[in-house]
Write a protein that binds this ligand. Sequence first.
Ligand code: FAD
Length: 392
Amino acid sequence: MCYNQLMEKFDIIILGGGASGLMCAISAAPSGKKILIIDKASSLGKKLMVTGNGRCNLSFDKDLNENDYNQNLDKYFKILSSKQTIALFNNWCLVCYTDEEGRVYPYSNNAKSVIDVLNNKIENYKNISKLLNTTFEDVEYKNGYIIKTSNGSFFTEKLVVALGGKSGENILNQFNIKTKPFVESLVALKTQTTKYLEGIRISPVKLTIKDNTKIEFCEIGEVLFKDSGISGILAFNASSYFARKGIFDGEINIDIMPNLNKEKIKELLIKRKSLNLPINKMFDGIFMPQIAYFILNLCKIDENRTTIQLKNDEIELIVNTIKNIKFKIKSHYNNNQVYSGGVLLPELTDSLESKKQKNLFFCGEICDVDGKCGGYNLQWAWTSGYIAGVNL
Ligand SMILES: Cc1cc2nc3c(=O)[nH]c(=O)nc-3n(C[C@H](O)[C@H](O)[C@H](O)COP(=O)(O)OP(=O)(O)OC[C@H]3O[C@@H](n4cnc5c(N)ncnc54)[C@H](O)[C@@H]3O)c2cc1C
């Protein structure tokens, strides 16, 4: 459909044709109302292509743990749970599978399948129009919303903001919607230099964050080292702890042999000591040489020595280091997957409509909801998009 500069009138305009905006449109469409989706991208749902490394981890199939989200979302998931979402997608002809971690993917292992079924649904509804390659610029309220875009202005009775992370900030300011500041989350962590380890993956490792003595975060998984930092799902999940606090400052502890206790590791090392190896060969068969080098460096043990020269307290030190490598967190990299923060949920009704501003709805990442890696963020996009959609 082609638009000219005359202001066309819609019942509903949805800003953003990403995960939540598309779910919102599909859920609102059976009402027969005239709907317009505006997106700056060249196709709907384009961003989904990069999710889950191109596979799109669209949901989860397991019980929720306390820190999977930054807050309790039971009342929303009672309306559309992850199981109901998967059933909905199945109805729309998307075949899914669940991996051993409870992550749900399309059977094709390709995000394009998710985009295809969403687009097929959208195309089925003749009352949904889309305006692509169009950037939302401004909004004005005059007994309805006048939406100004790079492709002209449009009038709507009801407005849904589904712009993802921070893109809708001007709307939030304009209508005085209370928010928690947006902070990058699910992002690689910057630490002291880890250049010896750059490119090395270690799995399993146990990553712990403590606040004084209280354990605030503890997960086992894989880490991937960067030049001066740590990436991988475990680091991403740890980043959500710092993002929710609003500051990337603190310490993480990594146990690189979580499956063995200190006594067992000590036994292994003592056996190697008696072999009288060059000290840098001491970890052969356990770790990659880069990790061995990193540990010896941390323990300030000269690599030109032999294992037989190791004193008992040095063995103790190596064992303690293996079980607890400390990394001071300095900040984060720029590749965040989501934002923590956004519209405070108490600002919204149970239908995700602003309590202050009638007929203004919010869904997806712009809300103060952030989840860990594992399909939690897309699930919130589906659930919140659905709730707004059926209430429009
Ligand atoms: C690399 C990467 C991988 C990810 N992998 C996963 C995963 O596997 N599982 C998971 O659960 N979550 C994942 N996420 C997070 C997930 O993508 C988001 O939580 C989710 O897309 C949020 O949905 P949304 O509808 O709120 O926003 P989005 O999906 O971001 O959609 C917002 C839409 O608004 C449009 N837009 C923005 N500004 C404007 C403007 N001014 N004018 C017009 N249009 C505009 C954008 O083009 C976009 O289409 C990943 C994120 C990234 C970046």
